[in-house]
Ligand binder design. Structure first.
Ligand code: AMO
Length: 445
């Protein structure tokens, strides 16, 4: 009787294990990435989950004879002998002398774009996005999303190690959490509801249950403009923690998470980092600057006249990024104490100056990647602030249960995963760091 043990063990070998099998016969499954015919033999590059493996076909290696129906993108299992050699730099590398090729499937048509060059040359971003499922087969394109996996994994691991509980909050909601006009409305069996702009209201409520919580999930923003940094659906990496001494605790946690993520990328994602020549920042400490001091720097050092003294425009963020790099030797800078008028209703005002808040943004190489801060935990103060913001507190009674029945001082943050990936990899457009972007012009693939 066949028994099911719950694990499908790989019967094929990864390139990283080739050293252990030097001189032995192994099986490797993958796609035929490229075929180069030479005189008397052929190079067959096999694309596996994370590697390109050089295989060599020559009639003298075995009785196997090359099947002429084999084309690029054929799915195969290659059996062959692992052979080592030294490259020009003296490093050991391994290739496979082909003894057999089992065809698992053949492509019905040739690919619409060339994916087996080092990068997708002369192909517009729009075409790449239209053809994402196959465009991502290019090793460099694929590496972008492996790095993105590393970022999210690092965030999760760091928080797991620090007593946070992973939560899942609803994405169909009774109200927008962040205010503003960028909320998607939905007909919910005749009632109007909204797609979640963030998990804000739920993550705060769950601090009342678990103390420290986090979520990595899609959120939705009805952005009406086509910009290089806005998506209509993005992945928000949120955390929220109770019993804090101030919003500085949140900035500290973010610094720790980022250090952990960057180290993880250097170790477990070294292949992708090398392939993309990613400039992974060294983080020791992250400098902080108050909002109004940042404005002064923009005006005095960059001779720029801001059009809005309550927020930064993208150029101002770039200036602050340059300032942080040049004068403070940091790729990151926290800007704190944003004006109350520009922060949402849950933000705690600075008791020393109510015009400003106990909040922050984190800029990475001149782009906002995070917002966060301390929240109001007192029930009456929260109701009061909602009224001042023109909201009806009675519509938020589930949210306010947290405040009504005892809430600790708490705070949190939200990081845009795609924006962080974008600036880590030096992209100009957030879509390059988004697997299947949703924007004002795109809902497919
Ligand atoms: P905020 O609205 O500033 O704060 O969003 C947090 C971070 O999310 C990213 N982001 C976006 N990324 C891509 N496309 C968009 N349209 C987009 N909008 C925002 C940015 C931004 O810094 N609840 C608060 C967070 C908190 O205080 O916990 C919030 O959502 O990187």
């Amino acid at each position: 009787m066949e028994k099911i043990d719950g694990i499908i063990k790989k019967t094929t070998v990864d390139y990283d294990d080739f050293a252990k099998f030097d001189g032995e016969i192994v099986k490797v499954s993958g796609y035929i990435h490229r075929i180069r015919e030479m005189t008397g033999f052929s190079f067959v590059i096999l694309r596996t989950e994370r590697d390109l493996i050089q295989c060599v076909y020559a009639p003298e290696f075995s009785d196997y004879r090359w099947d002429s129906s084999l084309s690029e993108e054929a799915c195969v299992t290659v059996t062959g002998k692992v052979v080592s050699s030294q490259d020009s730099a003296g490093n050991l590398r391994y290739e496979l002398q082909i003894h057999d090729v089992k065809i698992l499937s053949l492509p019905a048509e040739p690919l619409p774009i060339v994916i087996n060059k080092k990068q997708l040359d002369n192909i517009s971003l729009n075409t790449i996005l239209d053809l994402r499922p196959v465009a991502m087969r290019n090793p460099k394109e694929r590496a972008v999303f492996k790095i993105q996996e590393g970022i999210a994994r690092g965030f999760r691991e760091f928080l797991n190690n620090n007593g946070f509980t992973e939560i899942r909050t609803p994405k169909i909601n009774f109200a927008g959490a962040e205010g503003g006009t960028n909320v998607f409305k939905l007909d919910y069996f005749g009632k109007q509801v909204f797609l979640a702009q963030s998990p804000q209201l739920y993550k705060q409520a769950l601090v009342g249950v678990f103390g420290r919580v986090f979520e990595i999930a899609p959120v939705f923003r009805a952005e009406h403009h086509d910009t290089s940094r806005h998506l209509n659906e993005y992945i928000s990496m949120d955390l929220e923690m109770g019993f804090i001494n101030g919003f500085e605790d949140i900035m500290n946690m973010e610094t720790g998470a980022l250090k952990y993520i960057m180290n993880l990328l250097k170790t477990d994602y070294a292949k992708e980092v090398a392939l993309l020549k990613a400039d992974i920042p060294e983080i020791t400490e992250i400098p902080t600057l108050k909002f109004m001091d940042a404005k002064k720097i923009i005006m005095e050092k960059f001779h720029y006249t801001p059009s809005d003294m309550k927020d930064f425009d993208p150029q101002e963020e770039e200036m602050l990024g340059k300032y942080a790099k040049k004068e403070l030797n940091s790729d990151f800078i926290f800007i704190t104490h944003y004006p109350s008028k520009k922060r949402p209703f849950y933000t705690m005002d600075d008791p020393e100056d109510k015009e400003y808040t106990l909040s922050f943004d984190l800029l990475f190489r001149g782009l906002e990647i995070t917002s966060g801060g301390q929240r109001i935990h007192d029930y009456n103060a929260q109701v009061e602030k909602m009224k001042n913001c023109g909201m009806k507190p009675e519509l938020f009674d589930t949210y306010l249960m947290f405040h009504k029945y005892g809430a600790p001082p708490h705070g949190g943050l939200g990081i845009g995963l795609e924006r962080l990936t974008m600036h880590l990899l030096g992209f100009k457009n957030v879509r390059e760091a988004t697997m299947f972007p949703r924007d004002i012009n795109r809902v497919t693939p």
